[in-house]
Design a protein around this ligand. Structure first.
Ligand code: NAP
Ligand code: ZN
Length: 352
């Protein structure tokens, strides 16, 4: 067993601070990775603060981080796809049973025995898994992704969660070329949703509560921006959308967005607020509309997304911070003050 420096939270009300965590010795199937950048996902904050306690209670100490980019330092004897020195990524999952129907359909995220990158039972060391706010990580090669060499690494890290979480439902919807697509909430997920929807040829409309993000929304690829707190602006677009991706992290009125959908339109929730949302049956019935959800994406699709980003030069817009600023970053995340993802430069951990 090895020891690694990491930032952990000791309880739901503690700040993140320097800690030492165990990492397993490489098994023959493992890839050991020196972490270069790790994105800060709002799920990290939900987990650290135990906001999902009724569904996924947090075990402490908690080391979050599932948007990991790094360099391979060592591979096990049975590893065939990776070599030391290569650039790789790790997202929200580090293991699954590889035998259930979901794994066989490349949908490991729905495997009943999947292991998430943090706050999940650790099959190797016992206890729970520790994520990417750390100097290194050891991962089964099946869950290691290839990172295109031509992209900025700090901006690649968020693709491992925010990227795949928005890419997957957009692809699943079908051919969105020429369709009117809404992206609700311009944060980490939302800004990636805008980039992908635009890249696939949709007419992209951003719904935001932050008027100061209007110009950025257009720069990121939106054709139109609606300030969702302005009822007149909302009314103008009622009944006109084919598909809406809802990335909001907090309680909100989903019916306002269902009312934006046209006949048989769909709103897919990727945002995961702490409390249930009230859905009006009438809003759905009149127009045969649907509400659905989507969870990250499988490993094969994540690789496809990374390759797509490499070909089209797509990365997240990031604010690079040292790990010492992580608690400040969390406070800003709560206030929707992020442009548009924090990416931790893990070099900063060396100075601790
Ligand atoms: P984020 O960067 O904080 O962005 C969330 C955005 O939602 C904010 O920037 C803000 O956008 C909007 N928002 C926040 N509070 C709001 C409120 N009270 N009312 C209306 N709008 C509000 O968060 P993120 O990292 O993108 O994550 C978003 C959500 O997705 C989180 O709940 C996270 O846990 C979840 N998530 C789900 C998956 C999945 O697989 N389904 C994967 C990753 C994350 P504006 O300023 O534009 O209004
Ligand atoms: Zn995430």
């Amino acid at each position: 067993m090895n020891k690694a420096k990491a930032y952990s939270a000791a309880s739901s009300t503690s700040p993140l601070s320097l800690d030492t965590i165990p990492r397993r010795d490489n098994t023959e199937r493992d890839v050991q990775i020196e972490i270069l950048y790790c994105g800060i996902c709002h799920s990290d904050l939900h987990t650290v603060r135990n906001e999902w306690s009724s569904i996924m209670p947090t075990t402490y100490p908690c080391v979050p981080g599932h948007e990991i980019v790094g360099r391979v330092t060592k591979v096990g004897s049975a590893v065939t796809n990776f070599k030391p020195g290569e650039l790789v990524g790790v997202g929200c999952m580090v293991d699954s049973d590889q035998s259930c129907p979901h794994c066989q359909a490349d949908l490991e995220q729905f495997c009943p025995n999947s292991t998430f990158t943090y706050n999940s039972p650790d099959k190797h060391l016992g206890g729970i898994t520790y994520g990417g706010y750390s100097e290194n990580i050891v991962v089964d090669e099946k869950f290691v992704l290839r990172v295109p060499e031509n992209l900025d690494l700090a901006g690649v890290a968020p693709l491992l969660c925010a990227g795949i979480t928005t890419y997957s439902p957009i692809r699943r919807w079908g051919d969105i070329k020429g369709k009117k697509v809404g992206v609700v909430g311009l944060g980490g997920l939302g800004h990636m949703g805008v980039k992908f929807a635009r890249a696939f040829g949709a007419h992209v409309v951003v719904f935001t509560t932050s008027p100061n993000k209007k110009e950025d929304a257009v720069r990121l690829g939106a054709h139109e921006v609606i300030i969702s707190t302005n009822p007149e602006d909302m009314q103008k677009h009622a009944g006109s959308f084919d598909f809406i991706l809802d990335t909001i992290s907090a309680e909100h009125d989903i019916n306002a967005y269902i009312n934006m959908l046209g006949l048989e339109g769909n709103i897919t929730l990727v945002g995961a607020p702490e409390k249930p949302l009230a859905v009006s049956a009438f809003a759905l019935i009149f127009g045969r509309k649907s509400v659905s959800g989507s969870l990250i994406g499988g490993i094969k699709e994540t690789q496809e997304m990374l390759d797509f980003c490499g070909e089209h030069n797509i990365t997240a817009d990031v604010e690079v911070i040292p790990i010492q600023k992580v608690n400040e970053a969390y406070e800003r995340l709560v206030k929707s003050d992020v442009k548009y993802r924090f990416s931790i430069d893990m070099d900063s951990l060396k100075f601790e």
